[in-house]
Design a protein around this ligand. Structure first.
Ligand code: UDP
Length: 458
């Protein structure tokens, strides 16, 4: 009789935010398909519910971690810092218990921002794998920024003359494209980056990207980090799985079914961005004047000082009834796949960027913070499939951008390039593709356990 093989377990620790949870759960699914058992450690805030996609996963909660009201009181950056402080001891305790119960753990894969996991992995001599849910280029930026003198950098960043200059060594990124954040002061961000890029005890880095998108940034990381770097993305194409924290309004698909091919502008600013009422009105009138149909995701609470859409003027609501559709949250990948969608107005979060390229949809880029500006710059100048709206938002510039993207020859050329990248991305996750091979290499590195654990002894 054949002996029943016990599956090795992988522990996943996502950041409790949609843009981090989604790729981590997709990674879990990809690793589960490779034969691993999966345990997901979650915080008390923003828990993924066990769905059909994850029915075999084991979910555990780190006790004492922060909640929704802590996020509101502290703001995103301080929340993250506090989360890392609060969870360190309780995670160690939980991981110790899991080791006693489950025995063999192949590795702990934690989001790069959940750096509190490193001490527990070290204590139990478990391979610690860092998962970066942002682009390789954003990782390079964080590594460069973490080494800067914060005082000098602060002076540079406050100098308006420097803003448009290319940052040395990071072409084509300008100072203003660097992933500093609206969530907190530069000093605190650099402190967090120092923790995030400290990979001394890590045995590998996994990145949700593909070599056809970012070969030079990936090569830079491979050389600098001195541990294997595995670009295995885009994970939504490799192992799609639904881990939406908000309820998706599927009625927008029926609305899309009634629209002409490639006519609709889809607008979504992700799960965290906040927009000023003034900007929202410029967007609304620009969309109205463009005469194109639009599908707009307005997340409750995403317009500053509004519950939902009450600050939209009545005339605009009449227009929406004619050729627009507003939802609170959409099944985004399905929307981007829809033949009626001609362009995506995005805040350029990395998941949205990958999802748009993965469907060959060109973009209007209006980044807010963090790595979004890096992605927007790459979309416009490297992949040349996006139009970036910079500076003050005006209804004229919105109207022009929509027309350029959906009606002009320029937009058609962007779509062609986006379709070409779509093919390349899909090929990279298929058998024989670079990301598919990279995932297989990562899995076989787990089988040679001792090499993964060398980092603790060296
Ligand atoms: N998303 C969605 N429905 C929406 C808006 C966004 O499912 O109506 C998903 C989107 O597909 C993406 C994630 O939310 O996977 C947002 O991640 P991203 O990195 O783009 O931005 P963040 O929310 O982290 O700023």
């Amino acid at each position: 009789m054949e002996e029943k093989r016990v599956k090795r377990r992988i522990v996943l620790v996502p950041v409790p935010a949609q843009g981090h949870v989604t790729p981590m759960m997709q990674l879990g699914k990809a690793l589960h398909l490779k034969g691993f058992s999966i345990t997901v450690f979650q915080t008390q805030y923003n828990r993924v519910s066990s769905s059909e996609d994850f029915s075999d996963f084991h979910f555990l909660t780190i006790p004492g971690s922060l909640t929704d009201s802590d996020l509101k009181n502290l703001g995103a950056l301080q929340f993250l810092i506090k989360l890392n402080q609060t969870c360190e001891a309780s995670f160690k305790h939980c991981l110790g218990q899991l080791l006693q119960e489950a025995g063999d753990i192949a590795c702990v894969v934690s989001d790069e921002y959940m750096y509190f996991t490193k001490s527990a992995s070290k204590e139990f001599q478990l391979p610690s794998v860092i998962f970066s849910t942002t682009s390789a280029t954003a990782f390079v930026c964080r590594s460069v920024l973490a080494k800067l003198n914060p005082d000098k950098f602060l002076i540079d960043m406050n100098d308006p003359e420097v803003q448009d200059k290319v940052f040395p060594g990071l072409h084509p990124l300008r100072y203003k494209d660097l992933p500093t954040s609206a969530f907190g002061p530069i000093e605190s961000i650099l402190e967090v980056y120092t923790e995030v890029v400290n990979i001394q005890t890590a045995s590998a880095v996994i990145i949700n990207s593909a070599s056809c998108l970012e070969s030079s940034s990936l090569a830079w990381l491979q050389e600098e980090l001195q541990v294997p770097v595995y670009p295995i993305g885009p994970l939504h194409l490799a192992a799609s799985a639904c881990s939406s924290l908000l309820e998706e309004d599927r009625s927008c698909i029926e609305w899309l079914n009634k629209q002409k091919p490639r006519s609709v502008i889809y607008i979504s600013l992700g799960s965290l961005a906040l927009i000023e009422t003034k900007d929202m009105l410029e967007m609304a009138w620009g969309l109205s004047n463009s005469n194109q149909p639009f599908l707009w995701v307005i997340r409750p609470g995403s317009i500053r000082a509004s519950e939902w859409t009450e600050s939209l003027p009545e005339e605009f609501s009449e227009l929406v009834a004619e050729r627009g559709y507003i939802v609170k949250w959409a099944p985004q990948v399905e929307v981007l796949k829809h033949p009626a969608v001609g362009g995506f107005w995005s805040h350029c979060g990395w998941n949205s960027t990958l999802e748009s390229i993965g469907e060959g949809v060109p973009m209007i880029c209006r980044p807010f913070t963090a790595d979004q500006r890096v992605n927007a710059r790459y979309l416009e100048t490297v992949w040349r499939i996006g139009i970036q709206l910079e500076g003050e938002l005006g209804k004229e510039s919105v109207e022009r951008a929509v027309k350029r993207l959906v009606m002009d020859e320029e937009g058609a050329e962007m779509r062609e390039r986006a379709m070409d990248l779509k093919e390349k991305l899909n090929a990279s996750v298929r058998s024989g593709g670079s990301s598919c091979k990279s995932l297989a290499d990562f899995v076989s590195s787990l089988e040679t356990k001792s090499s993964m654990q060398q980092s603790y002894s060296s």
